[in-house]
Design a protein around this ligand. Sequence first.
Ligand SMILES: *Cc1c(COP(=O)(O)O)cnc(C)c1O
Ligand SMILES: [Zn+2]
Length: 432
Amino acid sequence: MSHYELRCRECGRAWGNQPRSICDDCFSPLEVAYDYDALKASISRERISQRPPNMWRYSELLPLPQGYEPRLPVGFTPLFQAPRLAKQLSGATAAAAGNLYLKNDAVCLPTLSFKDRVVAVAISQAKAFGFDTVSCSSTGNLANAVAAHAAREGLKAWIFIPSDLEPAKILGTNVFGAKVVRIAGNYDQVNRLCSQIADEHRWGFVNVNLRPYYAEGSKTVGFEIAEQLGWRLPDNVVCPMAGGSLIVKIKKAFDELINLGFVEAKEVKFFGAQATGCSPISTAVKTGSSEIEPQKPATIARSLAIGNPADGHYAIKVIKGSGGWSEDISDPEIINSIKLLAETEGVFTETAGGVTVGTAGKLYRQDRINPEETTVLCITGNGLKTTDALAGVYPTEQAIAPKLAEFERYLQQVLTPADIPGVIAEAEAVGA
Ligand SMILES: *Cc1c(COP(=O)(O)O)cnc(C)c1O
Ligand SMILES: [Zn+2]
């Protein structure tokens, strides 16, 4: 017997294990529930710490089929301090600058976003349920992850996307041999179509009929943050939101670690980040509403462009219940934030990461986040997938002849002394 099963989030009815995401009795979403008493006897911090550095080290806390042998080392991405970014965002003192951390899923394997984690879990169940075809509706990163995992497992993949996705995300799906279906509509329309297809065809839609299992994969971001902080919870987490699932699952992960006695109990504040052009969750938080009013997305942050977020209601609950907040930033602010993160910490993130960084800055300025507290920013995707967002930001330099004299002439023209190699700005030189 399995140590987990599907349960209705509202009426609590148990549904066993099957490809299903909605309770027939009350039409609420299903969630994976675990037998925590059994888990307490079978895992410990020590055992986890001895395992290879990937998300499978938390296997017992994931809904994996018995005896499942994962074939990709997904997750366990770096967590590191971001002192130079901290100074820029919050004006933190040198002493406090070490309190800001980045959880960098821009380098998650195999497809450079946190979606690799959710798909890794969904695929295990797709195989257990005997699907030979996996599928999804996607804002881009999920498409890449499903296509790559399907290729690795020898499954067929059908991917449904809004037709205006970034070219790199479409190519990054095609390359794995997946069938890509472009839909002339936005994500919410694509998703509705996929629900209808899932009723007609026996396909494993990772974010439709496999959604409860899929969503559990996001917990590994929370497990890793806690373990990488030395089995300690941060004070604050800033998380980008599309469907609102990731932020809810990081909270679930922290609660599970407390419940298992792996970390000391702590009231972590959750902060949600959105683009103003698609901000149904942050708008609800800011206006004090507990329900989502759907929006029509209009933002360069396409990976977050879900106007009617499936887990929006639960995201609002997590944010408000934790004493956190939600904010949103404009497209120009997203671009500036992508540049700021890259220039201060050497991390090139996609538009969603820009949303997280820019929103964090706003929250510091609003005094909603205290620079003296430990704060983790979730960087969820890679900048090389959304280079079109930066089109025209950097002019192409004129080429010069490969001659020393030419270069010397060029050097005389360079903009400011700070650009000349060998000249270190004063503040840097004193080791600030
Ligand atoms: C999907 C996605 C998110 C948001 O995830 P949800 O769980 O739907 O809220 C954040 N960042 C990136 C890069 C994504 O692709
Ligand atoms: Zn129910």
